[in-house]
Design a protein around this ligand. Structure first.
Ligand SMILES: [Fe+2]
Length: 243
């Protein structure tokens, strides 16, 4: 399977393709990897907008992307994204992000890195079509396709930065691997991991974050996306998440 062109309004976008070999550093099951043939794992369609939103996405400095991930396993674990952190936006807070599942089933794995480099919180959120998941500041994040069909998901994020992959590569993946039997298995390249805690998708009607409202529509009221570039002004939004 190669990535097909995605049409979004008048935009026709070719994907950035994440190949299995791009993921070598973060694959749990090395024995499986060593005998696997390279193949595309997921497709990232970046910077989508309708013509009438061209100026506002640039003015508000935000980007809407869609990621398409066929189902499957990587040996002992489900197919997943590579995982990354974001750089600092302000006052020790990294840029947050918001995801929406458009189709399929996903599990979002989030891990907060404390100032001393240890992981002090791990959150696990299962999401299905319509669900929104906020990645608060300072959380690395990985998306796992736990379903048996293609996962299609969207994200809004700041346009201001590039993601940081190095830390998760050096530790050979996230804090926990999600095994294809559903178990969360601690990655022993991390010390003193907290137990993962389950959390729910998010509903924030004031910001039009609601399961029945497609997330792209946040751009119709662009102030609802300000938290992506100014996390220091939105403690109320993150407080109950990162307690
Ligand atoms: Fe991200």
């Amino acid at each position: 399977m190669t990535g097909q062109t995605l049409k979004f309004g008048t935009i026709e976008r070719d994907p950035d393709v994440r190949m299995l070999t791009d993921m070598e550093a973060v694959i749990w099951d090395k024995a499986w990897y060593d005998q696997a043939e390279d193949r595309p794992l997921y497709f990232m369609y970046r910077d989508l907008f309708l013509d009438r939103h061209d100026s506002v996405v640039h003015e508000y400095d935000v980007r809407y992307d869609i990621t398409v991930m066929p189902p499957g396993t990587l040996g002992r674990e489900y197919v997943k994204t590579k995982g990354h952190y974001h750089p600092e936006a302000a006052q020790g807070l990294s840029f947050p992000e918001i995801y929406e599942v458009i189709q399929g089933e996903a599990t979002y794995l989030m891990q907060r890195k404390a100032e001393d480099g240890t992981i002090d919180d791990v959150r696990v959120v299962d999401a299905t079509a319509g669900d929104k998941v906020i990645i608060p500041p300072n959380y690395g994040h990985i998306t796992v396709n736990t379903g048996d069909r293609t996962l299609k998901m969207a994200n809004w994020v700041s346009r201001q930065f590039g993601s940081i992959y190095q830390d998760i590569e050096e530790r050979r993946g996230g804090a926990y691997y999600l095994a294809a039997n559903g178990d969360l298995v601690a990655n022993n390249n991390y010390d003193d991991l907290p137990k993962p805690r389950r959390d729910e998708p998010r509903e924030v009607p004031d910001l039009r974050i609601e399961s029945e409202t497609p997330m792209y529509k946040m751009i119709q009221r662009p102030n609802t996306l300000r938290f992506l570039n100014h996390p220091e002004k939105f403690e109320w939004l993150f407080d109950d998440i990162s307690r």
